[in-house]
Design a protein around this ligand. Structure first.
Ligand code: SF4
Length: 327
């Protein structure tokens, strides 16, 4: 399987003002992240608010500048590309934003919204109608939706319109930021099934940004867990859910309201709140919250090390007996 997207040691740095911020006057919202997204596969990026997952996705989509590292898309370096050079790639790398209705212009009909790229190319009205019908059918909406306006559709329908709009460009990589946020559980399932079906039919690679572990479990092939802008664990979804190596992953899985019935995971609770990205803890940056922290963790930065099917950043990976502790 070929990597469609290769992200290597990417840093996204923002300048900040004021004495309260770091002395360098900048923060690394994403810090040294590496991962691959394979053709036709789904990669999930998981983390709490402020973990850097959306910033990373926006860097891939060319909406943030990556300060360091490399973002290779089909072998082409995206980092440092001027807007004019990136523009043709916006047909292939498409980002679906979090707010479904807010991201749709209220003055445009659904037909206008989803056929905009064809209209720009000068397509005739009759052909635009046909394109609208085709795209709506792909996302499971009836043709009469073409005449509706965003205020006349539900949040779930707006998501589908957002997907149809993204598909109009025939993308190779779809970046979906919280594709199920704010939807009822049953509609969430429909949305995930839709993405999975489209991936099968179109061979899309999908990068899903989410804090919802059930989304990850149901739809992704690989998953990366982010904490304070860094990956702390990455690997095949099945392996990570069955036997997480990093305590943060374990804690997220243990806190999942719909846990995997086949995985017997120790119940752990995180201590305190995430530290500010402006004042990263020394050593392992997770040590202030880690229930398994040892003295070494407060002083020594853990290496990124390979594990079966993935990699993690912990001195004492999987240092618990999952089966015995599952009670
Ligand atoms: Fe916890 Fe130590 Fe592993 Fe960090 S290195 S996650 S503090 S056990």
């Amino acid at each position: 399987m070929n990597a469609l997207l290769e992200i290597r040691d990417v840093v996204v740095r923002f300048r900040v003002r004021g004495a309260v911020f770091s002395s360098a006057g900048s923060i690394d919202a994403v810090s040294g992240v590496s991962l691959n997204v394979e053709e036709g596969k789904t990669y999930g990026i998981v983390g709490e608010s402020g973990s850097g997952k959306t910033t990373l996705a926006r860097a891939v989509a060319g909406l943030h500048h990556a300060s360091e590292g490399s973002i290779l898309y089909r072998g082409q370096e995206l980092r440092g590309l001027a807007e004019g050079a990136f523009r043709p790639l916006r047909r292939e790398i498409v980002m679906m934003f979090q707010d479904p209705i807010g991201s749709l212009s209220p003055r445009l009909s659904v037909k206008s919204l989803i056929t905009e790229p064809f209209r720009i190319q000068g397509m005739r009205e009759r052909d635009l109608d046909a394109e609208a019908r085709r795209l709506l059918a792909m996302v499971g909406l009836p043709p009469e939706f073409a005449a509706r306006y965003p205020y006349q559709i539900s949040g779930g329908q707006a998501r589908r319109v957002g997907v149809a709009r993204a598909l109009a460009l025939s993308p190779k990589l779809l970046i979906a930021d919280e594709p199920t946020a704010g939807l009822d559980v049953s509609i969430q399932g429909e949305m995930l099934n839709l993405l999975a079906r489209l991936q099968d039919e179109l061979g899309l690679a999908i990068m899903i940004i989410t804090h919802n572990l059930n989304v990850v479990r149901h739809i992704t092939d690989r998953v990366g867990i982010m904490y304070l802008g860094k990956l702390v664990e990455e690997g095949e979804t099945e392996a990570v859910f069955a036997k997480p190596q990093h305590p943060y992953t374990l804690a997220l899985l243990a806190a999942n309201p719909e846990p995997d019935p086949d995985a017997q995971l120790m119940r752990v609770e995180l201590q305190g709140e995430p530290p500010s990205i402006l004042r990263r803890p020394k050593g392992c940056e997770f040590h202030t919250r880690c229930p398994f922290a040892q003295p070494r963790c407060a002083t020594e930065v853990p290496r990124w090390q390979a594990a079966k099917g993935g990699a993690h950043r912990c001195h004492f990976p999987a240092g618990w007996d999952t089966a015995a502790a599952a009670s």
